[in-house]
Design a protein around this ligand. Structure first.
Ligand code: MG
Length: 480
């Protein structure tokens, strides 16, 4: 495994095409570095992949029967293609078990078994305007996370030692003054005299080091997509949701509108927030206000309850800017006739009338239709990372994390998801190996619905999801 990771990391850094994936599945685009396939862990034959791509029957795809151990912890997974909104399934999924080795093992960490640690990883990528960014991220994001974590292996393993402010190539700690101190973690001593109190290093917890590593990994992934988008024929972008289990804690990193919840004894604990034009209105408006040239003389950073007519100039109208959550009146000016930077409600809300999510990877070439206005400056690749400490709670056999793309959450509520999962799991024996796959399958079935009168309908006759739907169900019992 370590050898395999070394090769993979070398490919990541050196930009060498990983050829092993290109032959799996069907629909591969010859010549592309990351050809289109379904997730590799599904091990679909070309015939199975072709059936999975049928927009009219929309068969639910699960990992092959009898292939136990394909997913970390025996997690369940299921997916279904959209009802025709895009030619391909633009969702992607990844699962990995990654061994992180220290870049510079110290004597103390070298003495420990393996001088590194393992993290478990599950991720969903919801692509838009093409499949390339989602596929590339599904192959590489865990390697970027591994690379970032390598800097802090020694620190995480020596639990009582604060991290150095910066690392030199030979792991010497460098103080704020630039003077080098001892490299050995155990030699660190806080300054004691009155003058040096101004030089005290900020105490940074191990948890925030891991969060920073994950955040920086997302940033590096986005930079790589930007750098290689032309040579690798990568169009579009993707939302990214990653669940990482590391040293007893879950780190849930979300950039976009996919979501994760934890179900514990029937209770729902949200593990992520969605990032949409509505939820990020103030951040977007602030940027537009600070850098109006990004609005291209076409958009206004202000929000109004409706579009303003030319004849309303001089009248008073409700508005709000980046600093406001409520509404107040202002006198309408010529500039207010421009199109609002954030416009629309719910799933119809858009940034610059173009995109309905505000965080994710890729989209470096996205422009407002028929203009030269770039939208990427308003999009963030930075995930929000939430932490769940497994050691603080007892978990039963039916306690799980559910990860889903918006195809799931758009049509079923958290409560409906929790009730469905609990019902499926409680009706099976705790040692039944496929019970989490059955739960994932049931959630996809519930949100897709059944074909009725030429449309997909849920059991209560509401419209089913016409989007791609991907779901992981990750068991918690026995993993602390
Ligand atoms: Mg979607």
């Amino acid at each position: 495994m370590i050898g395999r990771m070394k090769v993979a990391v070398a490919q990541l850094v050196g930009g060498i095409a990983p050829g092993s994936s290109s032959s799996v599945g069907s629909g591969a685009e010859s010549g592309a570095r990351f050809p289109y396939t379904r997730p590799l862990f599904l091990l679909l034959s070309p015939e199975e992949a072709q059936r999975a791509a049928d927009h009219s029957s929309r068969p639910i795809v699960i990992p092959g029967q009898g292939r136990k151990g394909l997913l970390p912890w025996g997690a369940g997974y299921a997916e279904v293609i959209n009802a025709g909104k895009s030619p391909r399934n633009e969702d992607q999924a990844a699962r990995e078990v990654v061994i992180v080795e220290s870049r510079n093992p110290t004597n103390s960490t070298r003495a420990k078994e393996g001088s590194g640690f393992t993290f478990h990883y599950w991720a969903l990528f919801d692509g838009h305007a093409g499949t390339g960014a989602a596929i590339m991220a599904s192959r590489l994001l865990h390697l970027h996370i591994c690379e970032q974590l390598r800097d802090i292996v020694n620190i995480l393993q020596d639990y009582d030692v604060p991290p150095p402010i910066c690392l030199s190539s030979d792991t010497e700690a460098v103080t704020a003054e630039g003077a080098k101190s001892s490299a050995h973690q155990g030699d660190w001593e806080p300054p004691t005299d009155s003058e040096s109190r101004f030089l005290l290093e900020k105490e940074i917890s191990h948890e925030y080091l891991v969060i920073g590593a994950i955040e920086n990994a997302f940033k590096q992934m986005d930079i790589q997509i930007e750098r290689e988008r032309n040579s690798s024929s990568i169009l579009g972008g993707c939302c990214a949701l990653a669940v990482i289990y590391l040293l007893g804690k879950f780190y849930v990193a979300n950039a976009g509108d996919s979501r994760a919840i934890l179900i514990r004894n029937g209770d729902i604990i949200p593990l992520s927030n969605e990032f949409t034009p509505e939820s990020e209105r103030q951040r977007l408006q602030y940027l537009g206000c600070l850098q109006p040239h990004l609005l291209g003389n076409e958009f206004t950073h202000l929000e109004f309850p409706r579009r303003i007519q030319h004849r309303e100039i001089g009248r008073k109208m409700l508005f709000r800017d980046y600093s406001m959550t409520g509404w107040a009146y202002k006198t309408i000016e010529e500039d207010d006739l421009k199109f609002p930077l954030v416009y629309g409600e719910g799933k119809k809300a858009r940034v610059m009338a173009t995109i309905g999510v505000t965080r994710g990877l890729g989209d470096h070439d996205l422009k407002v239709h028929c203009s030269n206005i770039h939208i990427k400056p308003f999009l963030s690749c930075m995930p929000e990372v939430k932490v769940y400490d497994m050691k603080k709670y007892e978990h039963g056999a039916d306690d799980v994390i559910v990860m889903g793309t918006d195809g799931l959450w758009d049509v079923v509520s958290d409560r409906e998801v929790a009730d469905a999962v609990t019902r499926i799991l409680s009706s099976s024996e705790p040692d039944e190996p496929n019970r989490f796959t059955l739960a994932a399958q049931d959630l996809v079935m519930k949100s897709r619905g059944i074909l009725k009168d030429h449309g997909w309908r849920l059991s209560n006759d509401r419209l089913g999801s016409g989007d791609d739907i991907s779901v992981f169900v990750i068991p918690l019992y026995g993993h602390t």
